[in-house]
Design a protein around this ligand. Sequence first.
Ligand code: G3H
Ligand code: 13P
Ligand code: ZN
Length: 314
Amino acid sequence: MIVTTKELFQQAYGKYAIGAYNINNLEQTMGLFKGNVESKAPFIVQLSKGARSYTHKRMLEALMQTADEIFPEAVFAVHLDHGDEETCMDCVDSGVYSSVMIDASHYELEKNIEITKRVVDAAHAKGLVVEAELGLLKGVEEDVVAAEHVYTQPDEAEYFVKQTNCDSLACAIGTSHGAFKFSGDQKLRFDILEEIQKRLPGFPLVMHGSSSVPPEEVRRINEAGGDIKGASGVDASQFLGAAKLGVTKINIDTDGRLVWCRVHREFFRDHPDQFDLRGPGKVFMPEYAKFIAEKNVLLGSAGHLDEVRTALKK
Ligand code: G3H
Ligand code: 13P
Ligand code: ZN
């Protein structure tokens, strides 16, 4: 059942966070749905601009509709990750997406508001909901590179949400995209979340860049021929604390890529005579499902599927 992120957030707010997982292909789709259904978690499928152009945007949309048929128990949102205005409008018209993210965070405040508002108006008119962003994550966000974190300002967040009427807000609190998040101790600015929650009680917040980059995963990749140095991620024991402060969506992409990389490197290292893509694919799908199920336990979303389905059945 495809639902909006807003409907999922209403169930989760203050208690747990919904996992928002980026996928690009068929094997990830199968593993993702299996892992969420098995751990009984509602979830969000994230499709980025890069994922949409990897094969064809319609291929991903068809995958979502088919997965909905194959896994009738699943309750999920189909969400555009880090969209620009044009891509958001395309998703609004697709008939498949239930949620879009307009990421105009690299523009100055008033221009961010202006663009976000246009997307909100178009999306709401068709029953979709909108995530917007204020502040910049250090590193790469789609096509934009920020040298340093630009933390979200709580006063601005309140003003921005009231001006745009967006449905959720991605906040910059010290996480970043990719596998190299912290050079020293990790400092997540939960004080900023606290201040935003005071100004916007009950309003859903989003944490991007939340992969944990497990050292064991990196070690296995390197042992199987990889060369990933200095990787580090977000401590997953922080997830539930963030959820209490209004974070209802936690974005995870890099960790799934690491699982993919580890499985494929180990498979071909251990089976040097093989070249059939289905060999590693058959290992990857259940491994990815296991990874998703374990992550949902850390997010607190595991076990909530039946209650959410009952609450949302229209
Ligand atoms: O925020 C970025 C996501 O991890 C998506 O990455 O644009 O390479 O698909 P991508
Ligand atoms: P990670 O790179 O930490 O997985 O973050 C993904 C993300 O924020 C997608 O929008
Ligand atoms: Zn992101």
